[in-house]
Ligand binder design. Sequence first.
Ligand SMILES: NC(=O)c1ccc[n+]([C@@H]2O[C@H](COP(=O)([O-])OP(=O)(O)OC[C@H]3O[C@@H](n4cnc5c(N)ncnc54)[C@H](OP(=O)(O)O)[C@@H]3O)[C@@H](O)[C@H]2O)c1
Length: 280
Amino acid sequence: MIFVTTAGKVGSQAARLIAERDLPVRVLVRHPEKAAALAQAGVEVFPGDLDSPESIDQAMRGVSRVILVTQPVLSQELNVIDSAGRASIEHVVKVTNTADAHSPIARRRIQSEIEDALVASGLSYTPLCNNAYIQNFLMMAAGSAQTSSFRTATGDGRIGHLDVRDVAAAAAEIAGSPAGHAGKRYWPTGPESLSGYDVAEIFAKVLGRLITFHPISYEVQKQAMIDVGLPEPVARDNALAVAWMADGDCDYVTGDVPQILGRPADSFEQFAIDYAEAFS
Ligand SMILES: NC(=O)c1ccc[n+]([C@@H]2O[C@H](COP(=O)([O-])OP(=O)(O)OC[C@H]3O[C@@H](n4cnc5c(N)ncnc54)[C@H](OP(=O)(O)O)[C@@H]3O)[C@@H](O)[C@H]2O)c1
């Protein structure tokens, strides 16, 4: 049994892919009624809460491998790691990003603490240190559809945008066949590193109308995130991560997705085609 800790963007797709391979897969959810489609796809939907160690222990019964993904929430991931240790889990696939114990960005410090806990647990694990998800653009889709433009603080910076469906596929692949992945660290990216101007060109080609990229400052980016309801510290961290992209923080492409999946990583253009309606 493979246990997927959440049914978010990565977890739900990874669980589906595992079910498609006829492997037993269980996903923990707080609201089972929202996961009916997953149940129909053959995924065991397990009602529980990652804030409750008891419910994680129950979800861990009969499990040999875990896909560990949260938003990230430190206490939730530590609960899962403790439970996985008690259950002597064979392998953990850890969905993460750039972990850094000294980063001013809280989630990077959290990811570093989580990895320290994985090391201390002695569990076999494979970190997927993902580049920025293409699907982040979906947060701008409605505004972009109205204005035929999008605004970010990425300046001239290029980003090796990664499709979250590839993250899910990589996690499912490793969880399904961990041999050969234990002890390895992957840096999944998309197939190319693109500036905001490149992205605008791709959207224009796919959508058949002019799309304009407007670079904005860190302060404007942060305020825009506060305006859509993010708490100030989260908006600050997110805006900082975006502003660092202007300085090349995400300007890299690796062959890790093709290495894991045996096929090229999905392109930004494919994402734009698949989600064209959201931007139209
Ligand atoms: N975005 C990026 O560009 C990027 C880049 C690199 C790495 N990452 C990494 O990707 C990960 C996020 O993955 P994701 O996009 O799949 O997350 P997501 O879509 O935000 O999903 C998070 C899930 O956690 C569930 N959840 C929250 N609290 C819970 C609880 N107490 N018990 C059970 N479930 C709970 C939520 O379910 P509810 O419906 O119950 O709320 C939701 O389904 C993070 O580790 C992040 O660092 C992101």
